[in-house]
Design a binder for this molecule. Structure first.
Ligand SMILES: CC(C)(COP(=O)(O)OP(=O)(O)OC[C@H]1O[C@@H](n2cnc3c(N)ncnc32)[C@H](O)[C@@H]1OP(=O)(O)O)[C@@H](O)C(=O)NCCC(=O)NCCS
Length: 175
């Protein structure tokens, strides 16, 4: 029915896209990093109203940044830091208009592969509770109690990186 279609469009303002042009790489150049920071500014400052000083916490220099692009367009990012044998997954963000196309999953999978290569034993994060299902689908499990961070409910989540816990292979959505 036309009215249902309109309602769906109104609640899901995203671009459905072919992910054939999706690339995920480690951000190495100044341009790459500028794109990563611009995505975070969009998602965390503008959309979620997170304080810039909390979001840009001075730890970016210790991190490896992953950048997803659709063709030439920056679409998403995530960063990884290491604390001994534990890797920390942080600042996961996909621009609103690109969500629901598997980009977030591809970024996390690339980060997982990287952490395995670096021989990390586990990958941990403070996940926003509203994104818990997203991480669960990638194999993460919650631990500990919920707590508040940057104004939102969070929970600890962990993925053991032994060979018996491979990340789920995410199907690509075709349009
Ligand atoms: C969370 C986020 C990174 C997901 O990115 P995405 O590219 O839309 O995710 P994907 O398309 O790869 O989704 C993979 C699966 O997780 C599900 N999923 C994605 N986001 C979800 C959410 N917020 N809640 C529940 N499920 C979610 C999808 O429906 C999909 O399920 P399916 O494979 O069964 O269809 C994105 O919504 C985002 O940037 N949110 C704002 C920033 C944020 O909250 N970051 C997390 C900080 S901890």
């Amino acid at each position: 029915m036309a009215s249902t279609g309109k309602r769906r469009q109104a609640t899901r303002p995203k671009i459905l896209l072919s992910t054939r042009k999706l690339s995920v790489r480690i951000a190495l150049t100044r341009k790459d990093l500028a794109e990563v920071f611009s995505i975070r500014e969009n998602v965390f400052q503008r959309e979620q109203k997170v304080d810039k000083k909390l979001e840009f916490d001075g730890k970016d220099g210790q991190a490896v940044h992953f950048l997803a692009r659709i063709g030439e367009k920056p679409a998403g990012c995530v960063r990884i830091r290491f604390a001994r044998k534990t890797a920390l997954l942080e600042r996961m963000a996909v621009l609103k208009q690109f969500r629901g196309n598997g980009i977030g999953s591809k970024l996390v999978e690339a980060a997982i592969r990287f952490c395995r290569k670096k021989k990390a034993k586990q990958l941990e994060m403070h996940a926003q509770c509203r994104a818990e299902t997203f991480y669960e689908k990638l194999g993460f499990r919650r631990f500990g109690k919920e707590f508040k961070e940057i104004g939102f409910a969070h929970v600890g989540m962990r993925l053991k990186l032994g060979p018996r816990n491979p990340a789920r292979s995410v199907r690509r959505k075709k349009v």
